[in-house]
Design a protein. Structure first.
Lengths: 167, 794, 264
């Protein structure tokens, strides 16, 4: 059986897998990092999005063996050690951008990649287009779009603290 | 702690308590749970819509690597069928046809996806590998996939014993009065329409883990359910014949339900039963493509409607005939959806004096159909609100004006409709006025003209609706055929230091109950939100409960909590009276402080709680120690949220693509506990409604194959398909529950589809369009526009 | 997914050796098409040969009047490449609209072109730009390479190495996505290279094809009006629950007009 060595959220592991084992299966079943979810089998819903070497990918559409030697970040690895949330996580909470929470990890990971790739800032339309690969059935995306718009200001250092959503 | 700061009680948009774990990947969904030594189940499903099963050869599969066991229907002779929870009666008083729904198909497969065998293996992949190696001897039979095909003369029978595929032929209302009203009408508008079949698609696929402890004979089922106690009841009593005390059902974090996780599914019984057989935990996780063919679908009505009007546009009578698709078997609440959750809503917000509705429920070779967000009420609202627009057009009366003329006036409540319901409160004129104002209805023609300069067809549509939720009074639904009571249960467990644990029989799978239910406690008892935890979803922890659906959690579950808190306060006042040496009648309680009226003698919440558990100075002869109360609350009536939704669309004629450019919802959901959460619920519901109206279609071909069988063909609404949704509330209180709440979970999905289609029809008004069936896809709209061009050319 | 042996060769020669020896071995690069198919058990390779470690398949460069894109170039790289943006902006734009961000971060041009999904984007660019497909054995003209749905001139064991795009004077691409799958429902890539016009249509038919009537019309008059006058026949076009062949035929003209507008 092939062996895979990869660094997930800063911790390096070597794991035995089958050729057919998917990255998401390695994360969920071997490393018990169950924050990364599986919502479909056609690579469309994005619940499984993680970062591999800094870029968002669908962990259900990557073989574990293909991730050998990579740096992987999952939702569990976003907050600081003291529990301080990433600005995107904080914005999702402040703007009520999650309901059932199932799409949330993938949505947050995609949103972070999206914002990082657009330092000049994203319009509402660009945020919506940038979420092409993530499905949410609860929120209608309204508050997700607002959360990402607010988080990008913090992530790009244009504001120090997240704009509050109001009541 | 007398004053709660910041304000966290009723009416505060406090941020959700549950978010931290979801945002940090620490939710515990069923598939996240792993039991020691667990094996994995894979279910072999029928590829045929209708086939007899001659034999099942498991020999090759049994020899595959990792296989622990393989079971077929023949291995389960003692199990009961999957039960239906609501018995409907025919027009002649006879009961509906209720064919056996075996856990695994025995002699016949009746839809694509029907479970035929289960493989238990060491890994998920091995289970699937072996399932593929099972040989089933199918003899394919002719199939029916639509109500129209199933009710045609000579149609193949889904169940041999069910003549004409009719499950029931039911009616409501007075036919003779109705016919007389039509006979005297100045104008009759006739209209046929379809309510499109949908696939719920909660983002978390279903999953179930069965566990068995042979030392105690106890079974545990972890499942993606909206109502674990109901599953325990249905599965324990009817299918597996297990007593409740030996069966625990846990519904942990659940990733959305929208109705589809109410029902008892065969897979739950399979893993629980199999765990006992193999004496190991057995885990099954549905793949999305498998969900498409095994989760209950929604809607799927074909209707004919007639509306009688007088010369002034007042509605005199409504007659509706509906064929409702049940699928191949009766799912848990399937039979109630097109009857008591549909036809009883056909009065809408109008004073129509006579309504007669006839509903035939029809078996087809398709996945069972059951409640999906709104369940029956979206179908009623769509029919009525499209019909009203058509009537406006055909009478020449403005579509706002015709609604105003027929509204139930705000001073007419309680209002008895001709279809059984009594609305307790509402104010339809005001919600309409507010929506018109917010949406800029008056200036719409300017926007239409501006859009035309860009080559776009712009349209606006409205829907004014009422729904019935907060289900339901047990005696009423019992008389109508429900096989369960629909009360709710709440326990308020006050701890010695004054913090509180709430045990609720409702279940949160996105609704934010851990926050809103805690806010009720904060508001009533004055305990800071951080010191209130809400526990749900485990039959071993919660006394009892009927779960979450039909927007019932606050109206029924919240009311149970209020009753329990009343008991807590009553007892606490007696303790306080004892400590302050006053009479109980003189002790007032307001958010954390007990005071002897008219004096400065007070005791804090914390002091009373501690005394209850450390009863050194205590009226021990009169009351027991402790502060822990449970209440069952059975509602007196349904609740009746209502409101007005306005949709504005633009159509690109060249492609037929419709874009929703504005959406305004003004809803009366009763008292609002957390405005942020209410807005989120309405936004999400509206977007599901937009999905139904423009995007989503569950399509079967004539042979019963599911054509829209994955996200490659079923269009889920994406972020760039949807607009921002303007949400506002106008409150009239529910008059019969202690919180005055009505419910907000379904209003969005109920009110929005007709607003969208009314807008699309309005945009196409120059093309001679009377109606467009949902979903109004780009291809469909281009077809209409293209045909229009041809008409013009000819 | 059925299990398979996994190989990660370091050179084209090593990859070809494995692929030639075993007719049931499949190459994988980004895997964005192959893995979903494998997950649905639509095919059962004995071996999967991961090409991602082969340096010879990488790189984007301009050589004279040609843009050469290595098979392993990811859609995101092509979309963001200054070389591509400078040489053939329409190609960079197209790459930026394939699938979604996560697909673009993994999927490669070599995988897309050698798979030849009728609803994929790249084949229309390769066809319209009259690109040359370079394999480990030979050079294949676009017109000879695409041979209908999921079929190409590649022989078993033959590996796509790079694609050479002549740099056009003008090029534009427009598509309408299938509302559910978001693959292409109808798309048109139009290019004028060395004075010759080529129009390639994807999504609408069973494979990418050239719309020669539009080519003729555009050669005479490079304008949206010229293609508007050409009516695409619905015959042989796809028809499904998302749209009739007639609708797709109409969209072909609409997308061709938009492609011209985009090309300028």
């Amino acid at each position: 059986m092939p062996q895979v060595t990869l660094t997930v959220n800063g911790k390096t592991s070597t794991v035995e897998v089958e050729g057919r084992t998917l990255l998401v299966e390695l994360l969920r079943e071997k490393l018990r990092l169950t924050g990364t979810h599986v919502g479909c089998d056609t690579s469309q819903c994005g619940a499984c999005v993680v970062h591999v070497d800094g870029e968002s990918v669908k962990a259900c559409t990557v073989l574990a063996v293909q991730a050998d030697g990579t740096q992987v970040t999952t939702i569990e690895g976003l907050a600081k050690a003291d529990g301080t949330l990433h600005p995107m996580q904080e914005a999702f909470r402040e703007y009520h951008a999650l309901q059932c929470g199932f799409c949330t990890p993938g949505m947050v990971m995609s949103a972070i990649d999206l914002v990082q790739k657009h330092p000049a800032g994203l319009s509402e339309k660009e945020i919506r287009e940038g979420l092409e690969g993530n499905l949410c059935r609860c929120t209608g995306y309204h508050n997700i779009v607002k959360a990402i718009a607010a988080a990008q200001e913090v992530m790009h250092g244009r504001v120090q603290t997240l704009a509050l959503a109001g009541d | 702690m007398n004053v709660v700061t910041p304000f966290e009680g009723i009416g505060a948009s406090v941020r959700r308590k549950e978010d931290l774990r979801f945002l940090s990947g620490r939710g515990q969904y069923t598939d996240d749970i792993n039991r020691p030594g667990q094996a994995y189940a894979s279910i072999l499903r029928s590829p045929h819509a209708h086939a007899t099963i001659g034999g099942i050869d498991i020999a090759a599969a049994r020899a595959m690597p990792g296989v622990v066991a393989i079971f077929t229907g023949a291995d389960m002779p003692d199990l009961g069928g999957i039960p239906c929870g609501w018995q409907i009666h025919n027009k002649d008083g006879s009961p509906m046809a209720e064919p056996m729904h075996p856990v695994l198909a025995v002699d016949k497969a009746r839809f694509v996806g029907d479970a035929v065998a289960v493989v238990i293996a060491e890994t998920k992949a091995q289970a699937r590998d072996a399932a593929e190696a099972i040989e089933v001897d199918y003899a394919v039979l002719p199939a029916v996939s639509t109500v129209t095909a199933a009710t045609a003369p000579g149609a193949p029978l889904v169940h041999d014993a069910v003549a004409g595929n009719i499950c029931y032929d039911w009616h409501i209302g007075d036919k003779a009065i109705n016919e007389a009203a039509f006979a005297g009408a100045a104008k009759v508008v006739e209209f046929d329409l379809v309510n499109n079949r949908l696939i719920p698609n909660a983002m978390e696929p279903r999953a179930a883990i069965g566990d068995f402890d042979r030392t105690t004979d106890e079974y545990t089922l972890y499942t993606t359910s909206q109502n674990p106690h109901v599953i325990r009841l249905l599965m324990g009593a009817f299918v597996l014949h297990l007593p409740e005390h030996k069966l625990r059902v846990v519904a942990p974090d659940v990733g959305g339900g929208f109705g589809s996780k109410i029902f008892h599914y065969a897979e739950e019984a399979i893993v629980t039963w199999a765990a006992g057989r193999v004496c190991r935990p057995v885990k099954w996780t549905c793949e999305r493509t498998e969900s498409f063919m095994s989760d209950a679908h929604g809607r799927d009505h074909v209707s004919k409607a007639r509306l009688a009007l007088d010369a002034n546009g007042k509605f005199l009578a409504l007659h509706v005939q509906t064929l409702a698709n049940m699928g191949a078997y009766l799912s848990t609440f399937a039979t109630s959806v097109p009857t008591y959750l549909y036809a009883t809503l056909l009065a809408g917000v109008y004073t129509t004096p006579s309504i007669y509705a006839e509903v035939k429920a029809v078996f087809t070779n398709t996945v069972p159909v059951d409640a999906y967000r709104g369940a029956g009420r979206p179908e009623a609202t769509f029919l009525l609100e499209r019909l009203v627009d058509v009537a406006a057009r055909e009478t020449g009366i403005d579509r706002i004006e015709i609604r105003r003329r027929n509204f139930i006036p705000s001073d007419a409540f309680p209002y008895q409709t001709p279809v059984a319901l009594q609305y307790d409160s509402g104010d339809y004129q005001t919600t309409l006025d507010a929506a018109l104002e917010t949406a800029g209805w008056a200036s719409f023609e300017e926007r239409r003209a501006e859009a035309a300069t860009r080559g776009r067809l712009r349209g606006i549509g409205i829907s004014t609706y009422v729904e019935a939720c907060g289900i339901a009074p047990s005696a009423v639904v019992g008389a109508l055929g429900a096989r369960a009571g629909l009360y709710e249960v709440g326990t308020i467990r006050v701890h010695p230091t004054g913090s509180v644990t709430v045990l609720t029989g409702t279940h949160s799978h996105g609704q934010g109950h851990e926050t809103t239910l805690a806010q009720l406690v904060t508001d009533r008892l004055g305990v800071p939100l951080a010191q209130v935890d809400v526990v749900h979803g485990d039959t071993a922890k919660i006394p009892f409960g009927m779960g979450t659906y039909g927007s019932r959690s606050l109206a029924v579950g919240g009311s149970a909590m209020v009753k329990a808190m009343d008991k807590i306060v009553a007892k606490a006042r007696r303790i306080a009276a004892h400590l302050m040496e006053a009479s109980v009648e003189d002790v007032e309680f307001d958010r954390g402080t007990f005071r002897v009226a008219g004096t400065d003698k007070t005791k804090s919440w914390g002091e009373i709680c501690l005394t209850a558990y450390v009863p050194h100075n205590y009226p021990i002869e009169e009351i027991e120690p402790g502060l822990d109360e449970t209440a069952f609350y059975d509602p007196k009536n349904f609740t009746y949220p209502g409101g007005a939704h306005i949709c504005e669309v633009e159509i690109e004629p060249e492609t037929g693509i419709t874009t929703v450019v504005n959406f305004t919802a003004v809803d009366d959901v009763g008292r609002v506990i957390n405005p942020m959460i209410v807005e989120g619920q309405v936004q999400g519901g509206v977007c599901q409604g937009i999905g139904q109206a423009l995007l989503e279609a569950c399509v079967y071909d004539a042979e019963g194959q599911l054509v829209s069988g994955s996200y490659m063909d079923y269009q889920m609404p994406r972020a760039n398909d949807l607009p921002m949704v303007s949400v506002a509330t106008h409150v009239t209180l529910c008059t019969h529950n202690p919180l005055g709440v009505k419910g907000c979970g379904e209003v969005g999905a109920i009110g929005s589809p007709p607003a969208v289609i009314n807008a699309v029809v309005d945009a196409l008004k120059d093309y001679g369009v009377r109606h467009i069936e949902m979903p109004a896809t780009a291809a469909k709209i281009w077809g209409i526009i293209n045909a229009g061009h041809r008409l013009a050319a000819e | 997914m059925y299990d398979f042996e996994y190989h990660k060769p370091g050179s084209i020669a090593d990859a070809v050796k494995i692929l030639s020896a075993d007719p049931d071995a499949r190459p994988i690069s980004g895997g964005q098409t192959l893995l979903p198919a494998l997950k649905h058990r639509l095919n059962k390779p004995t071996s999967v040969v991961d090409l991602s470690g082969i340096a010879e398949l990488k790189g984007i460069r301009k050589e004279g009047n040609k843009l050469i894109i290595g098979a392993l170039a990811k859609h995101h790289e092509v979309a963001e490449s200054d070389v591509v943006k400078g040489a053939i902006p329409a190609l960079a734009m197209m790459a930026g609209t394939i699938g979604d961000t996560q697909v673009r971060n993994r999927g490669t041009i070599g995988g897309s072109v050698s798979n030849n999904d009728p609803a994929a984007d790249y084949p229309s660019a390769v066809m319209a730009l009259d690109a040359t497909v370079v394999t480990d054995k030979r050079r294949i003209a676009a017109d000879d390479f695409f041979q209908g749905m999921f079929t190409t001139a590649l022989e078993p064991g033959e590996l796509l190495v790079a694609i050479e795009f002549p740099i056009p004077e003008k090029a534009g691409y427009a598509k309408m996505r299938n509302p559910a799958s978001r693959y292409v429902m109808a798309g048109a890539f139009i290019a004028k290279t060395g004075g010759k016009v080529r129009v390639a249509i994807n999504g609408a038919g069973p494979g990418v094809f050239r719309q020669t009537e539009m080519e003729t019309a555009l050669a005479a008059n490079w304008s949206a009006d010229a293609v508007a006058g050409v009516k695409q026949s619905a015959e042989d076009l796809n028809s499904d629950i998302h749209g009739s062949a007639e609708y797709r035929a109409h969209l072909v003209t609409v997308m061709a007009k938009r492609a011209i507008a985009a090309a300028g």
